[in-house]
Design a protein around this ligand. Sequence first.
Ligand SMILES: C[S@@+](CC[C@H](N)C(=O)[O-])C[C@H]1O[C@@H](n2cnc3c(N)ncnc32)[C@H](O)[C@@H]1O
Length: 229
Amino acid sequence: MESMVLTPRLACLAALVPQGARLADVGTDHGKLPISLLLEGRIAYAIGSDIGVGPLAHAALNAREHGVTLPLRRAPGLDAVRPSECDTVSIAGMGGQTIAQILQNAPWTRAGAHLLLLQPMTMVYELRQWLWAHGYAIEQEAVCREDRRRYVVLSVRGGAPAKEVPLAQCVVSPALLRAPGAADYLQQLLTREMRAKAGLERAKTHSADRLAAQNALVQAIRQALEECK
Ligand SMILES: C[S@@+](CC[C@H](N)C(=O)[O-])C[C@H]1O[C@@H](n2cnc3c(N)ncnc32)[C@H](O)[C@@H]1O
């Protein structure tokens, strides 16, 4: 059977899926992640879920062409997945706020029975802050590079004590500091946040609070980079 080649971003997430997992892939779109894992015999079973009709048709076609069974559900987030159907949930290629909303709407993800593999495209600090505030532990992070952009994948489990962490301290987690490639990722973040800081400084009407918050982000990334050395 023809294999399904994953881009580095999805390959990075796939590497964190435990052998024999029962996977629910939310926002599956083309279905490439579960199809690839099924073809490799890495997982026992997968459900693909998506909010859109077009993506599910694409996933169905890909599954058929590759001869794998991929049950598909049309619903927002985890609304059409029962907790007993999976032990691992992947949510990739969405904004951090959407990922947090999906977990918020599925309180069973908070119990700690499921491994959650999250790959945010944006608002990564906000996602870490939300996870910590709602009793999820970030057990592992992986960094990958696709084209010129670097991404993180968070391996998360519920069942932890909730903790309030200021946003500036959410630019990094202890797990990210342990990840190979963290220094390059943080350097890219630093460049981006320095640029945002310079933009704020140039703006005639910037608020002092906004600039102070931006300075705190830059400072936290610099400190994290020092820790990576
Ligand atoms: C950019 S694609 C990502 C596809 C794949 N997961 C990846 O990382 O390559 C985002 C997919 O998520 C779906 N999506 C967006 N919001 C969603 C939600 N709240 N619940 C389920 N699916 C959603 C979209 O329809 C789209 O197919």
